[in-house]
Ligand binder design. Structure first.
Ligand code: NAD
Length: 340
């Protein structure tokens, strides 16, 4: 950033955080903690912006236009609700910036071709913040699967849930309450699992989704989802809700020569080969949520510098967007949907 408000070292990249709500503040803090970039904040909520300036001593901007008018940044992290993600990405790419986009990529694919073209013509690095890609327990399991050690994946089941009101007490008052803002269990929570499983075993190709509002007070969007899917030749089932007490995620993948289990809540993954009696576990030293976001921020900065990173690519997120949309269409119609 080379603007009047910037006092950062010339050697550091400059990163603008757009939207400093729940996840934006976390990105702000975690990019700052990489010590590899100078961070600035943008939010249309003046009170929130004031508190970002006070807590983190960063330059602040009341709108994206104001930020781009007065300063230059190397990159931006888009942390606004989903309908704004792709319009902002187009604007940032045409300003020559690298772009990190929160999930879900969007609520529809209308601007996907425009962003794809802007990426190609700008040559900038674009990635999507599906944070599971930096979870060591996912990455370890993916290494084993892609190394072919267990043979072909054949069947998978995913069960997950948490008590959303405990983790996000404001859920009634944010994007979550409305599908067209990126809300509901499919676009907000299941999408993390869909994207992670696509990363592990390949893209979803068919989906049959049953979803309903079962429990969360003050909203009508679905909080409970069952999905029967195909990822190519792999049969997959997902079951998740957002009202259960245990905060748990378990991914089981059965392959030709054994099974693999990922327990997100235990931060571990394990393998049980055909003929073995017990799981053999790989456990990660305890990580806090910020540790994952710092790792993700470092991975994005690596990507900006042209280095390899595990974070979710734009095209992987486009595929997951198709899966989200297909799941919602299936839930609405009661019919299975094939994903092109
Ligand atoms: N990766 C994760 O684990 C994770 C967790 C939570 C949310 N998210 C995603 O991040 C996005 C934001 O979620 P959140 O929970 O932080 O929402 P939030 O409502 O807490 O914050 C959104 C912020 O964006 C600001 N904003 C809205 N329009 C703006 C504009 N035009 N210009 C500048 N600021 C604007 C709002 O004032 C608000 O502060 C959503 O897409 C959500 O799905 C991801």
């Amino acid at each position: 950033m080379r603007g009047a408000e910037c006092r950062c070292s010339a050697r550091l990249s400059s990163v603008l955080i757009i939207g400093c709500g729940s996840i934006g503040e976390r990105h702000l803090r975690c990019f700052q903690r990489t010590a590899r970039c100078a961070v600035a904040a943008c939010d249309s909520n003046a009170a929130l912006l004031g508190s970002m300036r006070e807590k983190y001593a960063v330059p602040v901007f009341a709108s994206l236009d104001a930020a781009l008018a007065g300063s230059r940044f190397d990159a931006a992290v888009i942390c606004t609700p989903a309908p704004l993600h792709l319009p902002m990405a187009v604007k940032l790419l045409s300003a020559g910036m690298h772009v990190f986009i929160e999930k879900p990529l969007s609520i529809d694919d209308a601007l996907v071709p425009a962003v794809r073209a802007a990426i190609a013509s700008s040559g900038r690095f674009v990635a999507v913040a599906y944070v599971y890609h930096v979870m060591p327990w996912l990455a370890g399991a993916r290494g084993l699967l892609s190394g072919g050690g267990l043979g072909k994946a054949l069947h998978a089941s995913i069960t997950a849930g948490q008590h959303f009101p405990t983790f996000r007490p404001a859920y009634r008052d944010i994007y979550y309450a409305r599908r067209e803002q990126g809300g509901g269990a499919v676009q907000d929570a299941l999408t993390h699992l869909l994207n992670a499983v696509e990363w592990l075993i390949g893209p979803g190709t068919r989906v049959f989704c049953d979803a309903a509002h079962q429990a969360l007070e003050g909203v009508t969007v679905e909080d409970t989802v069952n999905v029967t899917a195909r990822h190519g030749s792999v049969l997959v089932s997902y079951a998740m809700n957002q009202f259960q007490s245990p905060n748990e995620t378990t991914i089981l993948i059965h392959c030709e020569r054994g099974s693999l289990k990922i327990e997100g809540h235990q931060q571990r993954w394990g393998v049980l080969r055909t003929g073995d009696k017990d799981w053999s576990w790989q456990k990660t030293p305890p990580l806090e949520r910020d540790d994952l976001f710092i790792a993700q921020a470092n991975a994005f900065l690596d990507g900006m510098e042209g280095r390899a990173t595990p974070i979710c690519t734009f095209e992987q997120a486009v595929q997951t967007l198709k899966f989200n949309q297909a799941a919602l269409r299936s839930a609405d119609t009661g019919l299975p949907v094939t994903i092109e």
